[in-house]
Design a protein around this ligand. Structure first.
Ligand code: HEC
Length: 231
């Protein structure tokens, strides 16, 4: 569950790993790694009180460097270690800040640019949509809870077709791509409220999804191209 959050900082605390100034010190023995860890920790300051942004940036750099070394040394932490590392990491930075640093945000233009670099996986998107895989912070998304009931929200089945044939034919969406419509619907749901429905979709998804997760959701909705029976 907590893997998503942990991925970028997995390696920070418990693991005896380090690299000095981005250069690999050869050797994966426990002694080598312990020595590298102390060198690197001294090199990158994590003084959150003095300069929060810099410390946060260093925090992620440190995590990335540890990850690289871990992979080079063939090390994969087990679940207990992952939990311990998360607990350690949370001593340095709050859960809210970690989530904010990893979430995609709700500026549609910026989000679209970011998604250009990400390849969405529809199967992963389906799991997220149905709450079977957690979003950031371990939250289950409630998409299917509303979108499987036509009286509450437009049905999941046929989303691609409905948007392509009906929504994008509206004058205000003349210069929208389908992806743009989907992204806006998810991170800025109040920008356009579908006729006949209440404006009830939550507005916090931009803060709960990584760019990868949003790309996965969009890829899943792209796959919903069943024919519409009526509308
Ligand atoms: C509380 C109920 C609720 C939840 C939860 C919810 N939605 Fe919605 N959604 C709606 C309603 C109602 C509409 C139509 C009104 C509007 O446009 O805001 C809508 C509209 C949409 C549309 C536009 C559909 C169209 O045909 O124009 C998309 C896409 C969408 N939602 C995706 C999602 C995704 C993805 C999630 C989960 C991350 C989600 N929704 C969660 C209620 C919900």
């Amino acid at each position: 569950m907590r893997y998503l959050l942990v991925l970028s900082l997995l390696w920070l605390a418990g693991s005896p790993l380090a690299i000095a100034q981005g250069e690999f010190v050869p050797g994966c023995s426990a002694d080598d790694l312990t020595q590298q860890q102390s060198t690197l920790s001294a090199f990158l300051t994590l003084d959150f009180a003095a300069d929060f942004d810099r410390a946060l940036a260093n925090f992620f750099r440190l995590g990335a460097l540890y990850q690289t070394t871990a992979l080079q040394c063939g090390y994969m932490p087990n679940n207990i270690e992952v939990d311990q590392m998360l607990e350690q990491a949370l001593k340095f930075v709050s859960l809210e800040d970690l989530i904010a640093a990893q979430s995609v945000g709700s500026d549609v233009e910026a989000v679209l640019l970011e998604l250009d670099e990400v390849y969405g996986d529809p199967l992963q998107g389906q799991l997220l949509y149905n709450g079977l895989e957690p979003a950031l912070g371990g939250t289950a998304l409630g998409c299917s809870g509303c979108h499987e009931n036509e009286a509450v929200a437009p049905l999941t089945a046929g989303t691609w077709t409905r948007i392509n044939d009906i929504r994008l034919a509206l004058p205000q969406f003349a210069d929208y791509s389908l992806r743009q419509f989907l992204v806006e619907s998810i991170v800025q749901p109040m920008a356009y409220v579908t006729p006949d429905y209440a404006a009830m979709m939550p507005e916090f998804y931009g803060g709960q999804l990584t760019p990868q997760q949003l790309a996965d959701l969009v890829a899943f909705l792209d796959s919903q191209d069943q024919l519409l029976e009526d509308e």
